[in-house]
Design a protein around this ligand. Structure first.
Ligand code: FES
Length: 120
């Protein structure tokens, strides 16, 4: 991009404020740059928000709660319990097999936590 001193010489009467000379050529240079910067900012902001929401583990379980916690007594487990670790189960905190679809869609490899009594 070659620019000579005549590139920024005013064609019309210059508007001088605080020692700065402003002319049409400045506008034709600055306006596309400002439009590009504003467009880039808006695109980055939109993409940033979308990727932030996608990175959340919990998408729908007790969203009104500041923290999702479940407490289960050992005596209530019985001989075996299967707990969800992918956060996609409709029976959360129990696994309903939704991790299979999640893994297929995302390439992830999550599965349940299985707690069982040792075989005698
Ligand atoms: S449904 Fe989440 S681990 Fe099975």
């Amino acid at each position: 991009l070659a620019m000579s001193a005549s590139t920024f010489l005013p064609l019309s009467k210059p508007d001088i404020r605080n020692g700065f000379t402003f002319c049409k050529e400045h506008l034709t240079t600055i306006l596309p740059l400002l439009a590009t910067a504003a467009g880039t900012y808006l695109i980055c902001r939109y993409v940033g928000k979308r990727s932030c929401k996608k990175s959340r583990v919990n998408r729908e379980v007790n969203k009104d709660s500041p923290k999702v916690v479940h407490s289960i007594d050992m005596e209530d487990i019985g001989s075996k319990a299967v707990y969800c670790r992918c956060w996609r189960s409709r029976k959360f905190p129990y696994c309903d097999g939704a991790h299979t679809k999640h893994n297929e869609e995302t390439g992830d490899n999550v599965g349940p936590l299985i707690i069982k009594k040792r075989d005698a």
